[in-house]
Ligand binder design. Structure first.
Ligand code: SAM
Length: 282
């Protein structure tokens, strides 16, 4: 941070500056450097190891698209696993589906604790919901050891640097496959293709070793700099991501949930990839 600006240096050739009105929390003595500050446009901003993780102003785009797309595509999801997601936004959206019993595996307890305190609007009570099972562990280790099986796995990790790196490996994806029930699907935070093209190509190859159908879907999250963000999608049933909008619409109505970004039409359209992204799937 320089003066009253936060400079994100995730990319060597590109910087993102966010004005700091007030620093609410800063700590460098845990597993990850944590900063929460207030920005005039995006509200409270959470950064880990110098990278923007989520903001009050645009988090709903990311959390709604990474939960309602796989859960409504699946249609009968009950057991959902969130890997990462320490701020609680993913759990908040998953818990909108009444039949779901989510497990959340987060490596850094500090992220959970200070998100409850400084970013309460993200979890919005999710951590107090009796349906949520919170496990503090490395998602990679958990995936190797758990006896549980899941309908949907959501990998809401940091970028492939630091503790998040293990969550982008072919080995981790193979372990995810072994923990999915038949008909299950995994979705992953997969970076911004325009500035992190290798993340898409790498996930395409690594997921492809364990799953028959690998694809991506897109949404624009303003503070994930560089254009549309990609979400990795993998299952053994290609029809899961090709359902007609009428099917998704009926499930969305039956779920009776409120959203700010997600719509059934957008769900279906988000799987349409521009050539720039399709060319990365090689
Ligand atoms: N939306 C953000 C993004 O796209 O980069 C991710 C938000 S969430 C805060 C990322 C979470 O992943 C953090 O809480 C971090 O502690 C957690 N995490 C990183 N590596 C992990 C691992 N190996 N196992 C479990 N959680 C991990």
């Amino acid at each position: 941070m320089t003066g009253d600006w936060f400079d994100e240096e995730l990319h060597p050739e590109l910087r993102q500056g966010l004005k700091i009105d007030r620093v609410l929390y800063q700590s460098g003595d845990g597993l990850q450097d944590l900063v929460v500050f207030e920005n005039p446009r995006f509200g409270r901003v959470l950064c880990l190891d110098g990278v923007v993780q989520t903001t009050e102003g645009d988090e709903f785009v990311y959390h709604e698209m990474m939960t309602h797309v796989p859960i409504l595509a699946h249609g009968r999801a009950q057991d959902v696993l969130i890997v990462g997601g320490g701020d609680g936004g993913m759990a908040r959206e998953v818990l909108k589906h009444q039949a779901v019993r989510p497990v959340m595996v987060e490596i850094d307890p500090d992220v959970v604790e200070f998100s409850k305190q400084h970013l309460p609007s993200l979890s919005n009570g999710a951590f107090d919901d009796p349906r949520l099972e919170l496990v503090i562990a490395d998602g990679c280790t958990f995936m190797k050891e758990t006896e549980k099986r899941f309908d949907v796995i959501i990998v809401d990790s940091t970028d492939p640097i630091g503790p998040g790196e293990v969550l982008f490996t072919a080995e981790f994806y193979a372990d995810c496959k072994s923990r999915l029930k038949p008909g299950g699907v995994i979705v992953t935070q997969n970076g911004v293709p325009f500035v992190q093209p290798d993340e898409v190509t790498n996930s395409w190859r690594r997921l492809g070793r364990s799953f028959q159908d690998v694809h991506f879907y897109l949404a624009a999250v303003p503070t994930y700099q560089g254009g549309d963000m990609a979400f990795g999608w993998a299952s053994d049933d290609a029809s899961l991501r090709r359902q007609p909008v009428e099917t998704i619409e009926a499930r969305f109505e039956a779920a009776g949930i409120e959203t700010r970004y997600y719509t059934p039409e957008l769900h279906v359209a988000s799987f349409a990839l521009p050539k720039t992204v399709r060319d990365l799937l090689r």
